[in-house]
Design a protein around this ligand. Sequence first.
Ligand code: ARG
Length: 705
Amino acid sequence: MSASSIRFLMCAPDHYDVDYVINPWMEGNIHKSSRDRAVEQWQQLFCVLSEEATVDLVKPQMGVPDMVFTANAGLVLGKTAVLSRFYHKERQGEEPFFQQWFEENGFRVHVLPKDLPFEGAGDALLDREGRWLWAGYGFRSELDSHPYLAKWLDIEVLSLRLMDERFYHLDTCFCPLTDGYLLYYPPAFDAYSNRLIEMRVPPSKRIAVGESDAVNFACNAVNIDRLVVMNKATDDLKERLAEVGFRVRETPLTEFLKAGGAAKCLTLRVTEPILPVPHAIATVESRTIRLEGHLLDSGLINRALDFIVEGGGSFQVLNFSLGEQRQSTSSAEVRVTAPSHEVMESIMSQLIDMGAMGLPQEVCDCQLETTTLPGVAPDDFYVTTIYPTEIRVNDQWVRVEHQRMDGAIVVSPTPEGAIAQCKLLRDLQLNDQVVVGVEGIRTVRKTESREQRNAQEFSFMGSGVSSERRVELVVEQIAWDLRRIRDQSGKVVVVSGPVAIHTGGGEHLAKLIREGYVQALLGGNAIAVHDIEQALMGTSLGMDMKRGVSVRGGHRHHLKAINIIRRCGNIHKAVEQGVLTNGIFYECVQKGVPFSLAGSIRDDGPLPDTKMDLIEAQSDYSRLIQGADMILMLSSMLHSIGVGNMTPAGVKMVCVDINPAVVTKLSDRGSVESVGVVTDVGLFLSLLVQQLGKLTSPYRIAQTV
Ligand code: ARG
């Protein structure tokens, strides 16, 4: 195309000013720009462009000061224009004037559905070779507009997500140049978008600018053949552009920077030739999900929408019906859009974990893929959570058995229908049918009642009550639960670290076991070693537990304890031989309470009972927690997390640790089932035993009433 046949549309700054704030550049700049200087700078740009091309003008209008930024009029390709739909009402008044101009100049104008913002060439830039269209979203344009662009302009659309509000339009940080070069500011985009850019533009053609050029709007450039017109560039950038054959022409546009625009924003190229290349694809996908529950009270809807946006998608709430009574639930239908299949899958899997369902008319069977190696799942396998899960097989929902977190779902046909089970990766066999993707999977979340939720917040983070009093209150609740579970022959599992012993909790835990409150004990080598050291020698890691001072030579005590048990054969034998006569493990043996000790790299000894084969230890743990009603986790981060991973939702968990971070980590099962208590574990156990003592009569009364 000869230079003079290239045309740009501009709009003189007769009514230009900063009248409102719709981007960060405008903040603090209201009425701070000089009209005279703006006119002068605009004239200068007009002259520069007129040397190389023809500049058409659209008549400026009162009341729409940003109309100078004609890049936002619409998107042009060939004789087709897609009219902008401005996100902010402040600019919506420009739409009819731009529409009129397009129509009078022979363009076929497409108008997007209302409520679907798209800001024209500000957010959509053609590859200069015409191979595809780069389209931005995240601030002004909606991802859902991209499929329309693909369809109307018959071109492949590559969606890029903007992350930095200073670079709210794609053309503020991204400029395709002649010959496939690209001038851009990578930090303005999310990781997925950067990856997409890198896949399409070879390294030798990518010209990444630094922040100093970016904030001078160096990427907001007008490119005509080998000329690049911009507000300002560093010498370094000019050199780099020169090396690849581009000439930079700087023309100051500081008055327009105050409104968040520069050279490119002030122009719209209206001669965009259609090049003969393959067409219309938009990889954009969308799906509709349904959420139910106390969506507002529990914050579920916010979390879900945040997930969608943080995961690189966008959403539209199609309808929301608010539960009107305190206890009634709400429901929402949300349309989720993602720039690609890959992104959609990752967003969907998170939404499924939050309890989102597909629309009944849209659900289909889950997808299965056969394993080709034992112990290895297909790449795209669905990773399970602690929540009860159902999968769709032959148009039926099937409940997954052995629910646990971080497993794969294996489906096997039986004469009575398909069965589905959670399996760990290492347990997968050759030719297992594994659920992949996100189709036909739902998790069943019980609706949190508002009362329960409040109770939990009260016991964990409630304010207004002194912290000791708060611990006491939680202990009262737990004691009550323990008593109830014991009287109903339920199952309580204790997971404990050695700190329970060092902090003087040993005797209390021993008492709980003796009185039948504990049905299984899980820990590592250390808790047993220190309990036994204390039972045999009265010290824990060499500290005298009665006097609280260290004993001479005491640092060897725990090794002596290990040695004694090794001589006996194991803990059970030490009890039988009358060597071990008190303590936690003594009580376990006496009461027939099973325990499992999982080893680690730092273990001394270990005790013969400690399982150094961790796979064996994991399955032993998982066997012992089957059927648990409550799990008490006493200051052991590792063993507790291990247990948390294998426990399905619905089991009450109490986590006690002096370190709030551990408590938060463990209590964060997104449900009411866990209670965290930040306190010294020895103190906690002593309070608990005291409380259980007090409880006897009131509980009996409650029972008989
Ligand atoms: N003040 C205008 C706005 O915020 C500036 C538009 C700049 N145009 C552009 N294509 N980046 O909408």
